[in-house]
Design a protein around this ligand. Structure first.
Ligand code: SF4
Ligand code: SF4
Length: 506
């Protein structure tokens, strides 16, 4: 497998158009797109074979059998497609690449055909009649390519009359591939760093402490106020777990500064943890339950060790999906936390509650240079919820933005809320070896952005997902937008929040 990153000039960027049309099919257009494979050491650290095992076909088929036995949902998804076609033009990767294997139903069929061959009566005896295929090297190559062209965003499932979830199928396929010794370098390397050091970046405790200390100095210089960025403080009220990108990357770091200012203004004690200095959990992307649990349990251990009463998750889409959906069963029960608050709680819920109670003051005019739109992260929109009412994941971030900005416009209705388009870099695909896919897959979101830029003069995209922010910063220039057009929702909070005397503490 040739390991090479596409040059910017080699990527044919889709043309954005007023009437978004379904592209003419280009079979095989993205067959060449494959992520770098994980090396032997990385694979071994995750408990997977360090190279393709000799009898990998049999191992793959057996693993598929195990997965459908363990997950009734997966079996139903594989059994119930009626080929109605409703999902075909709903995937951003199909719309951006024109490759028919990026139609959700075609992607599902890559796994479904093998499932039928080995686990259904018709597939065993009449394979040709039901589209059943043997597990071969050609099939494995297709899996490696096209299951790494799915960001597990669940947009297709919104339009499927049976709610068939391609994300679950994609996770299962990646799990099988890792299990036969063919893992993806980017995701698996990151998971191994969390196992070893505690965060995606491999950032050790002294470096984290230094970073937080310099943030305290910066905020003091900016505001004259002693806003703390506490680390490993026993007895704090709240443990904050956030994506490690918040510690250093732009524009993520402005979000972390925003959280700190909100805690300061509210008078609520909080801490970060060097043991659990990462909210992200890439194990979900490869469908590995054991790694998912091994990464997540660090957060439980940190909460118990520090004696906190609440856990709040920072701006990270898939971390919130993992926390909201899995934590209670994976690493619960959280009987040592305060049940008067959501377990877990999102930072947006925390800030929004304070705004609702009049406990925060803002000067919106400081954000008057910005005309803002909001990008709904797939993981928050379609794979979790927020707040105590349906649709809270859509209304809460927008209410925060409106509380600290005067100029806000939503993108077109068919591209937001539960129909939001993925940024193009989610699901473990935020790696430069998949840059062509990321650029092309961003096209539907960029098209919706172009519309509000032209109609309302939007010049700022706020997001609550670390991956979305990084992906936007990378792909915006390909579409002639400035890379600094993207920011954190709590970056807007950070600018507008009023600190100091007169703050009503809660
Ligand atoms: S889950 Fe998202 S990325 Fe995957 S096939 Fe469906 S729409 Fe495409
Ligand atoms: S919408 Fe659902 S049932 Fe229809 S083709 Fe797609 S996956 Fe199959």
């Amino acid at each position: 497998m040739a390991e090479r990153i596409a040059l910017m000039s080699e990527i044919k960027v889709p043309v954005l158009s007023k009437s978004r049309t379904v592209p003419f099919l280009e079979p095989g257009a993205m067959a060449h797109s494959k992520p770098f494979p994980a090396g032997p050491e990385i694979q071994a650290r995750l408990g997977f074979p360090d190279k393709l095992v000799p009898d990998w076909e049999k191992v793959a088929v057996n693993k598929l059998g195990d997965l459908v036995k363990q997950s009734r949902a997966l079996r139903v998804f594989l059994d119930s497609c009626v080929k109605c076609g409703a999902c075909t033009d709903k995937c951003h990767y199909f719309l951006g690449t024109a490759d028919p294997k990026n139609m959700p139903v075609a992607r599902q069929d890559l796994l479904r055909s093998v499932y039928r061959r080995y686990y259904t009566f018709a597939g065993k005896f009449f394979p040709g009649l039901v589209g059943a295929r043997d597990m071969t090297k050609e099939v494995l190559d297709d899996w490696y390519s096209y299951f790494h062209q799915c960001s597990q965003c669940r947009r297709c499932s919104v339009f499927c009359p049976f709610g068939i979830d391609t994300a679950e199928i994609s996770m299962a396929a990646r799990h099988i591939m890792s299990s036969v010794g063919l893992g993806q370098k980017y995701t698996n390397e990151i998971i191994s760093k969390v196992h070893n050091i505690g965060n995606n970046l491999g950032l050790p405790e002294p470096a984290l402490a230094d970073t937080l200390a310099s943030l305290e100095e910066d905020v003091k210089e900016e505001t004259g106020v002693d806003v703390r960025f506490p680390l490993d403080i026993k007895g704090a009220e709240v443990l904050v777990v956030t994506p490690s990108a918040d510690f250093f990357a732009e524009p993520h770091i402005d979000g972390l500064i925003g959280y700190a200012k909100v805690f300061h203004a509210a008078g609520v004690s909080w801490t970060l943890s060097s043991h659990a200095s990462e909210a992200s959990n890439f194990s979900m992307f490869i469908g590995s339950h054991s790694n998912l649990q091994r990464v997540a349990v660090r957060i439980r251990e940190a909460a118990q060790e520090l004696g906190v009463r609440r856990i709040i998750v920072g701006e990270c889409g898939h971390a919130w999906r993992v926390a909201y959906n899995y934590w209670n069963t994976l690493i619960g029960p959280f009987d040592f936390l305060d049940r008067n608050y959501p377990i877990p709680q999102h930072i947006c819920e925390f800030t929004h509650d304070l705004i609702d109670r009049g406990a925060l003051r803002f000067d919106k005019s400081v954000n008057d240079d910005k005309v803002v739109t909001f990008h709904d992260s797939c993981n928050v929109s379609r794979a979790s919820r927020m707040g105590n009412h349906p649709g809270g994941q859509f209304t809460i971030p927008r209410a925060i933005i409106r509380a600290c900005c005067n100029h806000f416009y939503d993108m077109a209705p068919e591209t937001i809320h539960e129909k939001t388009f993925c940024c193009g870099g989610g699901g473990g695909l935020l790696t430069d070896d998949l840059l062509e896919l990321r650029v092309k897959g961003a096209a539907p979101r960029m098209n919706a952005l172009r519309q509000v830029v032209e109609e309302h003069g939007v010049n700022h995209v706020a997001a609550i997902c670390a991956i979305c922010k990084s992906q936007f910063a990378k792909v915006l220039p390909y579409y002639q937008f400035p890379m600094n057009m993207v920011g954190s929702v709590h970056g807007l909070v950070s600018k507008a929040i009023q600190l100091g005397p007169g703050i009503k503490r809660v």
